[in-house]
Each structure stands twice: as C-alpha cells, then as structure tokens.
Design a protein around this ligand. Structure first.
Ligand code: ZN
Ligand code: ZN
Length: 450
C-alpha cells in the first residue's frame, strides 16, 4: 500500500475542506445552500477536484453555487441570474470559454456555468444575505463578549509572577551542592537505638528501608496513617522524654536551617512591595514566617515515593528519623510529613508555589507588625494574582477548589510553626544543644540562654 500517496491525498482533501470552511465563513455567502451553515465535509472529500474553475479554467476559489469556480465566474453567474439575463451567442453557440476570452461570449459562459452544475437555487436572496450577515455579526459579538469576560492576568500581575519565579530560582538551588559545606550529617545506626520507643516507631512507620520500598511507593498514605495510629498509643512521656543525649544530626540540620533562612530572606527581599515596609516590619514578618516558608519550599525536594526529602546524594536524603536525631519529635514530624504529602498532591505550578510562599511571608497578622494595612494590601494583591492565575492557567480538574486548599495549607503551617517553636524552645534550653546552632538560627528563633 502506498501510504505516502494516500497521506498526501488525504492532506489535499483536508486542506480543501479547511479552505472551504474559510470561504464559507467569509461574508461572501452565496456559496452556501441557504439551510446549511457549514459545508458537508464528506461531500468535499468526495469531490477530489483540482482547484480550477470549471467554467473558464482560471484558478478556482472554492465551491460557488454548487460548482468549483473562480471569483469572476461566480460573480458572473450571480449577476446573470439576478438580472434574469437572456444572452445570445454571436458565434456558433459552442464557444470554448478560457480565462482570457471569458468576457467575449456571455451566452456560452452562462451555458457552461449551468453545464457544470451551478444552480440559481444556491443564490441567496438579499434578505437571506442580510440575515446571514447579521447572524455572523452576532456570533462574532458573542465571541468577543465571551473573550472579554474571561479572567486575564494583567501585564503587571504577570510581571510580579516573573519576579517571584526569578527570586525563587535565585534562592533555591535544586542541585543542593551547597549542602557539602554544612557540618556533615551523622546518622546513628537505628539498630543500636532500638530500645528507644520513639526510634522504633520511626523505623516501623517512616524509615525507607529497601525491603519495604515497594509497598511504600504503591500506597504511601495508608503507611503514613498506620504510623500515625502507632504514635497514638505512645504515651506522652515517650515523646517528652526524648533521648536528647546524642543528637547526631543537630549540627548538620542546624546548618541546613541556617542556610535556608538566608535563602528565604533573599527571596523575601525580592517580593514586590516587601522593601517598602519598614525594616522593623520586614524583620517581624521574616522572624515569624521563615520556618513556614522553609517547610513550604522543602516540598520541592520531598518525595512521595519514600516520604523523604531527597536533596541530591544519599547523604542529603532526609528521613523522619534524621530529623528526630536533630531533636524534633513526632508531634511535629507526623503533621509535617502529612502536610508535605498533601501539598505535593496539589501538584502546584511553580508560579503557584512561589506565590504561596510570598503570601505566607506577607501575612499582616504576624506578631510585632506595625503597618498591618500596608502588609495586608501587598498580601491582597498577591492573593488576587494567585486566584487569577489559577482561573486562567490551571486546567481542570487540578484547579478545583485549589485556592481554598492552598489557603488551608497556610493555616496548617501556623500550627506546624507553633509546634516547632515549642520544640525549639525545649531544645535550645540546653546549652550543649544551643551551642550547636548558628548565630542566625539563634537570632531568628530565639536564644533561651542569653
Ligand atoms: Zn472562471
Ligand atoms: Zn458563444
């Protein structure tokens, strides 16, 4: 079978069909049968005719009054029919009509028109033409109205998104190569710690041991929930009396958090409007939001496959047990992992991700903020951009209730923030732990000792 040949034939007929639609949408509507708005594509496929005028051999523009003709012969036929003209051939009545001589004998030209199938029934009356014209106008107006009602991102809004994307790309290195400069992670063999209740919970619920990776990736959530249930029967004392004696991951995690704080500050400074705030308000906003933004941005490295934050090499792959070895308990880590899972499942566009971080930072209700009105106006502006973005750019079904879901994430972050503060206070209360922290961490999260 000659596929090439039949393809090009198909393409030809397709182009013909496309062009005939184009012609029919044109205001020159005499080509159409009065009752049909569109040509029957099947019939055009059948009429695999070269695009040559059947009357004079000139280049044809489509089907006019039921035959393939040029514009000249189309007009000639319509005028002749409207005038009910009677022509007589000055020659023998069998003139051969060509492009060049078609004006010489109207009688033979008209006879040729009828011979190739042109029909006066296909000519619209003036009223029909008027009606069609009005219909097309109305359709165009309706389309214009629909277009104007569609929500659109203003140029200024798009610019803000671009600035935020750029700010995020400048402050989030997805190669994680800087992690090599942190104090190295030290992971204690969980086997040696198996007497500790919290550690055994870890290994049951969250550790990504190779043997269980299959069941993990196929059903991450039940796995999570079962571990949450597990923690429920652990009594208060199990988490409260966490074994702080060897927080082997604390130096590395402290450096990681300190580094992230710097990056979040860098991001915040580039948010349009942020620099219009007083230095005091900038600091107040950053101090209270930075841990939330760190949790938000860490979602980029969070993997649903094994419920870990995977930042490049295996050294920088963080499981729940790594964070407990930095002094945090399940009271924070279980809701945090749930948060990461649910956020991941929203499949946010990068645009939405950066807007959410900016909205999180610009919250007027943070403690210590003086000019709440200004912060609120910036946040309102960012929220409006986010809502418009979702309307215009996020296709269904992912966009369903996406904005309220994102706002809910901000509420979740508040409780995570509160739990983090509680645990941080507890942790930094001991000098042997606070001395592992960095000056920036101590400045931002507080220093219980001094
Ligand atoms: Zn012609
Ligand atoms: Zn003639």
């Amino acid at each position: 079978m000659d596929i090439g040949g039949s393809m090009s034939q198909f393409q030809n007929s397709w182009e013909l069909y496309q062009q005939s639609i184009q012609n029919d949408l044109d205001i020159e509507m005499e080509t159409m049968a009065p009752c049909s708005a569109f040509p029957d594509p099947a019939s055009d496929f059948d009429r695999n005719i070269p695009r040559i005028c059947g009357v004079c051999g000139d280049k044809a523009t489509g089907f006019h009054f039921n035959a393939m003709t040029c514009e000249g012969c189309k007009g000639f036929f319509r005028r002749s029919m409207k005038r009910k003209a009677m022509f007589t051939c000055p020659f023998n009545g069998d003139c051969k009509i060509t492009k060049d001589n078609r004006r010489h004998c109207q009688a033979c030209r008209l006879k040729r028109c009828v011979d190739i199938g042109m029909m006066k029934e296909f000519i619209l009356t003036d009223e029909e033409v008027q009606r069609k014209r009005e219909m097309i106008m109305k359709r165009k107006e309706e389309e214009a109205l629909k277009e104007s009602l569609k929500p659109k991102l203003l140029e200024e809004q798009q610019r803000t998104i671009d600035i935020l994307l750029e700010a995020h790309r400048k402050t989030y290195d997805s190669t994680y190569s800087d992690f090599n400069q942190f104090r190295p992670p030290v992971r204690l063999d969980s086997g040696r710690r198996s007497t500790s209740r919290s550690s055994s919970l870890m290994s049951q619920g969250f550790s990504s041991s190779e043997d269980s990776s299959d069941t993990f990736s196929s059903s991450p959530e039940p796995r999570m929930l079962s571990s949450v249930e597990l923690s429920d029967d652990s009594d208060e004392s199990a988490t409260m009396s966490m074994d702080f004696s060897h927080l082997s991951m604390l130096p590395h995690v402290a450096d990681l958090v300190s580094y992230s704080i710097q990056k979040v500050i860098g991001f915040a400074k580039m948010i349009p409007g942020f620099k219009d705030l007083t230095a005091e308000d900038q600091i107040a906003l950053l101090k209270s939001s930075v841990i939330e933004v760190i949790m938000l941005r860490s979602n980029q490295s969070f993997s649903l496959d094994d419920m870990s934050w995977t930042c490049g090499s295996n050294d920088f792959k963080y499981k729940i047990s790594d964070v407990t070895q930095a002094g945090h308990s399940l009271d924070l880590l279980e809701p945090l992992v749930k948060f990461q899972i649910n956020l991941k499942k929203l499949n946010l566009h990068e645009e939405e991700h950066v807007l959410l971080m900016a909205i999180c930072i610009l919250s007027p209700d943070r403690p210590g903020v003086q000019d709440t009105a200004l912060v609120e106006s910036i946040q309102d502006h960012l929220s409006a951009i986010l809502q418009t973005y979702i309307l215009c750019r996020h296709p269904p079904p992912g966009n369903r209730l996406l904005y309220p879901k994102m706002i809910q994430k901000l509420a979740d972050l508040r409780s995570l923030n509160e739990e983090h503060s509680k645990q941080y206070r507890c942790l930094s209360f001991l000098p042997e732990h606070s001395m592992q922290l960095t000056p920036l961490v101590l400045e931002v999260f507080g220093n219980e000792i001094s």
